[in-house]
Design a protein around this ligand. Structure first.
Ligand code: ZN
Length: 202
């Protein structure tokens, strides 16, 4: 019992240290004007860190209008969407942004919007995005373990057809910003996996 408590404490401390290090990296980075998504990408990283600090996956997304203005934003809320610490399997950053769109909270022609997300969308989010009407999707960090965009050729034919109606790009970023987005998204993986299993395999 005593040992377990000690392990939990040390893993919490390591997690805090990891967050502190990521916050420091973010604070030292300046957007490089040679890269069109660097400035908004750093802003998205700040939101992703906020999600991580609140015990969620470190992923965030923005909706951007053609002038480059951020018109909506969201963070992963899988473990805290309602503030009661319950589990919400759908509460990925992209899904929450599409929810805002469909609730009429983003007064802008959907086809002209670009979604910028800090991590390559998963299968659930990619298919929802294909149905959203959003014009373009740009993602910051690859997700070799869970990302679907790089495997879009494996989608069923009807979904592959929908792919043609939306533009998909890797965001235009300096390497340090891209790396930071990836490191925030993959932080606390062990803790979050254990937490996920307590909900789906209690
Ligand atoms: Zn997702």
């Amino acid at each position: 019992m005593g040992k377990m408590r000690q392990d939990e404490t040390s893993s919490a401390t390591q997690g805090d240290r990891q967050i502190v290090a990521l916050i420091e990296r973010l604070s030292l980075l300046q957007p490089d004007s040679h890269y069109r998504d660097d400035s908004r990408g750093l802003y998205a990283c700040r939101l992703a860190l906020d999600a991580l600090e609140q015990g969620n996956y470190g992923v965030a997304a923005l909706l951007v209008d053609p002038q480059g203005n951020v018109v909506a934003q969201s963070e992963n809320r899988v473990f805290s969407e309602d503030g009661h610490g319950r589990y919400h399997s759908h509460a990925h950053a992209e899904m929450l942004l599409v929810d805002q769109l469909e609730a009429g909270l983003v007064p802008y022609p959907t086809a002209k919007l670009t979604l910028l997300v800090t991590l390559e969308p998963c299968p659930m989010c990619l298919t929802r995005l294909l149905l959203s009407g959003i014009g373009s999707v740009r993602y910051m960090a690859d997700d070799p373990q869970g990302g679907m965009l790089t495997h879009a050729d494996k989608l069923p034919p009807a979904w592959r057809n929908l792919m043609q109606l939306q533009n998909h790009y890797k965001a235009h970023l300096s390497e340090p910003v891209r790396r930071l987005a990836g490191d925030i998204a993959s932080a606390h993986q062990d803790v979050l996996r254990r937490k996920l299993l307590t909900y789906i395999r209690p």
